[in-house]
Design a protein around this ligand. Structure first.
Ligand code: MG
Length: 335
């Protein structure tokens, strides 16, 4: 049994002493030079952002599994999962971010036990194509395109359109326009790749030479600056251009909880697993509820609101399998 920490402790926890890291600062996070030397360095040793010290603040969801399930025992757990970097490994070609058969099976099992949604930056169609499961809810474009099964949609919900909720629908023509402009802007940058995620246009630069990163960022940034109806966010080697409406993965989480009929439940515990900056919005919603399980996937120390962590997709797989197994054993115990 590993480190355990109560929620009240987690909410009061002091953030680690290192600054925020970029998502891809994988190699240099423990080479910080804080300018100290000699005896001063002994008194105030250079801050080393080791995984071990970070995980003390964000304990492993596997090591704390027993305390998580103890808390969840009499509650309704609702599961939310990011896709890239959470259910599938990050790959060079975003079109090849396939999830393994084992992971698909694990998500299927979890979805049999708990209402389960996948909230991704990808288009809803694309993430559904990757996941290929019919027993989960899908939210694409960072939650700007949500499809809940008809039975979960209230007939009185005027926002619903055959089960789909698309708060940025009015922006679609403008999104197509800016997509054409972006394509033109990055055309001559080798390796740059545009991905149309319906309500969000992603500019991937994982395959762009490092010397061209800044040029690409500047070009995209200045293009978006001239379009007040859009804003720019950044993920792992990807720039994302999306409508400047106030809607993010946290809002999607709240919408899904509401649509699934849990908005007024006092005994709901949302569990969210994600690896990216955009997932922080969902972590924030859970932290604001003071209950639930915000879990970040990261193998490096990272500034996050999440209370728990998992190192990589293999740990996500282990956690999901264990979660489904636990729920099934609980259910069979009471039969
Ligand atoms: Mg992700």
């Amino acid at each position: 049994m590993g480190l355990q920490m109560s929620h009240s402790n987690m909410q009061k926890k002091v953030k680690p002493c290192y600054g925020p890291l970029n998502d891809d600062d994988v190699d240099d996070h423990d080479n910080n030079d804080n300018g100290t030397s000699g005896s001063l360095a002994l008194i105030n040793p250079p801050v080393v952002a080791s995984y071990d010290s970070w995980v003390m603040q964000h304990p492993s969801a596997l090591d704390t599994f027993d305390s998580i399930t103890k808390e969840a025992k009499w509650k309704k757990v609702v599961v939310f999962l990011d896709y890239d970097g959470t259910l599938s490994p990050i790959v060079e070609d975003p079109d090849k971010a396939f999830m393994s058969a084992e992971m698909r099976m694990a998500v299927r099992e979890v979805a049999k036990c708990f209402p389960t949604s996948i909230i991704s930056g990808r288009s809803r169609e694309k993430v559904k194509e990757f996941v290929q499961l019919s027993n989960v809810y899908y939210a694409g474009s960072h939650g700007m395109d949500i499809l809940a099964p008809p039975r979960a949609v209230k007939s009185s919900d005027k926002k619903a359109n055959e089960g789909a909720f698309q708060p940025a629908k009015l922006y679609l023509p403008a999104i197509q326009e800016i997509s054409v402009e972006l394509e033109d802007t990055i055309r001559d940058i080798q390796g740059a790749m545009l991905e149309d995620n319906k309500f969000c246009i992603s500019v991937h630069y994982r395959q762009v030479q490092p010397k061209d990163h800044e040029v690409l960022k500047q070009r995209v940034k200045s293009l978006v600056e001239n379009r007040p109806d859009f804003r720019l966010t950044e993920g792992k080697m990807v720039l994302e251009v999306r409508p400047s409406i106030e809607w993010n993965k946290g809002d999607a989480l709240n919408y899904l909880l509401d649509t699934l009929g849990f908005s007024n439940s006092k005994d709901v515990l949302p569990l969210y697993i994600g690896d990216d900056r955009t997932d922080e919005d969902a972590f924030k919603v859970i932290a604001g509820r003071h209950e639930g399980f915000p879990i970040i996937v990261s193998s490096i120390p990272k500034d996050t609101i999440a209370w728990y962590s998992l190192r990589d997709t293999s740990e996500v797989l282990a956690f999901l399998l264990r979660l489904a197994k636990w729920k099934k054993s609980e259910t069979s115990f009471f039969k």
